[in-house]
Design a binder for this molecule. Structure first.
Ligand SMILES: [Zn+2]
Length: 435
């Protein structure tokens, strides 16, 4: 009944950290290999100059290819899309054609590519002397779902052949930590989709019934999430793939993989793409849970998805308690009213009296993982019954904005509730249900 669903940890910080380290490492590689490359190791099959291309030539060539491919995909012109792909690399062409078909199925309203110049080009001599692997940010917006484009990183290798720049490989950087953390659903073979108001579900080919089931399950979840969060997303992408690579190993709650995760969508916050902002969220379901995930799990994750753009500094008890509150509201409305009442009674009897402080972020997913979610739910239910939904949502927005220092949190509590943590915990112990 309860989900052990969890949002990812400090995803944003993790991305930024990896990028900075890799820029330094890649710059060194460029320098060393670039100098050694003009020697005698150039494959004999390439009769042209041994001079590596200038970075300007490389970037101009790559940008032109990417721009043409983006417009070909948006216009559904496969021949033009494949025109810039190495004609001798049949495996690449097949993969690329599958990605084209998959992205067409998703229905994109915008698509663009940008070479990520925060990374130095990497020599890929196996594809010829001019071949360089580049980091590319693909920005795509799904029609009717995303309110802004979302960026995802690719590693594309470009080479000059007979005076033309071509895409010659797409996996030369695939082993790098950030690129191998998880795969996009459209990179995992043929997909099918189901679309209903406010939701688009992606599944592997052959699993259409599950896509339709999930889209149906989402229907009662969407309005209750909107009415409680008072935040409207145009829609949510739900990823329910069979391939374990659709989830990152980092997406865990406590000691176990999450059942589902609301993953923030990032887009560059400046033209040079050195900073990113959250533009929305998608929901990724653990492959092992994909046929079991139901409206309650979706309500929980959609709540996270709706709240994530507010910031990631809210205390975990509020983040999880809020999602549990929405989930349990839906459960009580459905057929679980008695179970919800039993759970509440048990938590009020056994867990709430033992509280000394509000649940602490660092141990939330520790020894009493399952109880943490229940306790957090009771706290949020108490706050809503005592102060009203609007006040709780304003408190959430303020705390999510941060900073997350204890003194700041205490100040924000007092601003919205007129009491601090100690008085709040004391009052909570007198709570006996929503009445
Ligand atoms: Zn959660």
């Amino acid at each position: 009944m309860t989900t052990s669903a969890e949002r990812p940890g400090p995803h944003r910080l993790w991305i930024a950290g990896v990028a900075v380290l890799a820029v330094l490492a890649a710059a060194v590689t460029w320098f060393v290999v670039g100098r050694g490359d003009s020697g005698a190791d150039v494959p004999a099959a390439v009769p042209t100059t041994t001079e590596p291309p200038s970075e300007e030539q490389l970037l101009a060539g790559a940008e032109a290819v990417l721009k043409a491919r983006a417009s070909a995909l948006l216009a559904s012109r496969l021949p033009q899309y494949l025109q810039y792909v190495d004609p001798e690399n049949q495996q690449l062409r097949q993969r690329d054609q599958q990605v084209f078909a998959n992205l067409r199925k998703l229905g994109l309203s915008r698509l663009s590519y940008q070479v990520d110049t925060n990374w130095a080009p990497e020599v890929q001599a196996q594809h010829g002397p001019s071949a360089r692997a580049l980091r590319v940010l693909m920005q795509l917006q799904i029609a009717g779902i995303d309110s802004a484009p979302r960026a995802t990183s690719l590693g594309y290798t470009f080479a000059e052949r007979d005076g033309r720049w071509l895409l010659v490989d797409d996996d030369d950087l695939a082993a790098e930590t950030d690129l191998s953390a998880y795969r996009e659903p459209w990179d995992l073979g043929a997909i099918e989709v189901a679309r209903r108001p406010g939701v688009l579900v992606v599944v592997p080919a052959g699993e259409r019934p599950n896509a339709e089931r999930l889209a149906r399950e989402a229907q009662p979840a969407i309005p209750i999430v909107r009415s409680i969060t008072r935040r409207a997303q145009a829609g949510t992408l739900v990823v329910a793939m069979a391939d374990s690579r659709s989830m990152s190993g980092e997406w865990r709650t406590g000691g176990h993989p999450a059942a589902a995760v609301a993953v923030p969508n990032f887009a560059p916050a400046n033209p040079e793409a050195s900073e990113f902002k959250v533009t929305g969220s998608r929901v990724v379901i653990n492959p092992e849970q994909r046929t079991r995930a139901d409206r309650l799990l979706l309500a929980h994750e959609f709540t996270h998805a709706a709240m994530e753009p507010l910031g990631d500094r809210a205390p975990i008890w509020l983040v999880e308690g809020f999602a549990m509150y929405v989930e349990n509201k839906l459960a009580a409305r459905d057929e679980y009213q008695d179970e919800i009442d039993d759970q509440r009674r048990q938590l009020l009897r056994d867990k709430i009296p033992a509280l000394v402080v509000l649940p602490i972020d660092g141990v939330f997913h520790g020894d009493y993982d399952e109880d943490s979610y229940g306790v957090a739910w009771i706290i949020v239910e108490y706050l809503v019954s005592k102060y009203g939904q609007a006040k709780v949502n304003a408190l959430y927005a303020d705390l999510a904005h941060g900073p997350d220092a204890p003194a700041v949190r205490e100040q924000v509590l007092r601003k919205h509730l007129k009491v601090g943590e100690t008085a709040l915990v004391a009052a909570l112990k007198k709570y006996d249900g929503p009445g």
